[in-house]
Design a binder for this molecule. Structure first.
Ligand SMILES: Nc1ncnc2c1ncn2[C@@H]1O[C@H](COP(=O)(O)OP(=O)(O)OP(=O)(O)O)[C@@H](O)[C@H]1O
Ligand SMILES: [Mg+2]
Length: 257
């Protein structure tokens, strides 16, 4: 079944067309990658699917329901979680508290009953803490539970963002460049984490520049170039696709570094 149906999504910023009539489907339980050179429109697409931005044209459906323009918090409740290309953590809060913050949309005890320390609120808080610790174990951060997020080693910050996204119990996880800044051992760990998240029942959509990782973990790939979809298919076909090779060679040729 199609979990996400992207239909003719277009986004212009003034005279610039960041996305140009992009359509594709993400199916339940797959690891799906969106790749393409810098500026191709990948993050713009994520912003639209997660409600942080609205398309100029086209639509996004989630589990058969039109969600175009629905606000991020409502989408989180509906089961769509994301991480950001530039990690967005609560720097002064501990690692554990960063995960607990992610749980707020799903814990019933509101701020008031928590403040009054009502029994059901205390029980819910204890369960939430246990769940947050479980998620930290899942991403391998349990030993950092009481460390302020600001003091986490760089490569581990993305793992914390993933744990916080998992805390919302997503059906769909959108990960924007989860391997950026990771060394090869950390990237191996990330791959196994992606499989565990997928096996726990979530669908994963990844934007990623690490082609080794993409080709290994993806069931299906969409390639964007300058806002347009230029290819779609399984890793084996994408690797050989002349239009894809051309797009990446063009990028290398124009790279200054
Ligand atoms: N808010 C904005 N206002 C104006 N232009 C924008 C805005 N957001 C994105 N763009 C432009 O849209 C294009 C696509 O940007 P986007 O961030 O989606 O690319 P990307 O594929 O994620 O690139 P990268 O791999 O470098 O992260 C770029 O030309 C970018 O400068
Ligand atoms: Mg981006």
């Amino acid at each position: 079944m199609s979990v996400l149906a992207i239909r003719q999504v277009t986004r212009t910023f003034g005279g610039l067309t960041a996305l140009d009539g992009v359509s594709f489907d993400v199916h339940e339980g797959e690891i799906f990658s969106v790749i393409g050179p810098n500026g191709a429109g990948k993050s713009t697409l994520f912003n639209i699917v997660s409600g942080f931005d609205r398309p100029t044209g086209g639509s996004v459906a989630y589990q058969g329901r039109d969600i175009t323009g629905v606000r991020p918090h409502a989408l989180v409740r509906a089961g769509i979680a994301r991480t950001f290309q530039n990690t967005q953590l609560f720097e002064e809060l501990t690692v554990l508290d960063n995960v607990l913050v992610g749980m707020f949309p799903v814990t019933r005890a509101g701020m008031v009953s928590a403040a009054l320390r009502l029994p059901h609120a205390l029980r819910e808080q204890r369960l939430a803490t246990e769940e947050a610790q479980r998620l930290l174990r899942m991403v391998g951060l349990e030993e950092f539970a009481s460390t302020p997020a600001a003091d986490l080693p760089h490569g581990l910050r993305r793992l914390l963002e993933i744990a916080r996204a998992l805390a919302t119990r997503p059906r769909v996880m959108l990960l924007d460049e989860p391997a950026a800044g990771l060394d090869s051992a950390e990237t191996r760990e990330l791959a196994s984490l992606l499989y565990r998240v997928r096996d726990s029942g979530a669908t994963i959509v990844v934007v990623e520049h690490d082609m080794g990782l993409v080709m290994e973990v993806s069931d299906s790939i969409v390639v964007l170039d300058r806002g347009r979809k230029i290819a779609e298919g399984p890793p084996m076909l994408i690797q050989k696709d002349p239009a894809v090779i051309e797009a990446y060679l063009g990028e290398e040729a124009s790279d200054d570094d």
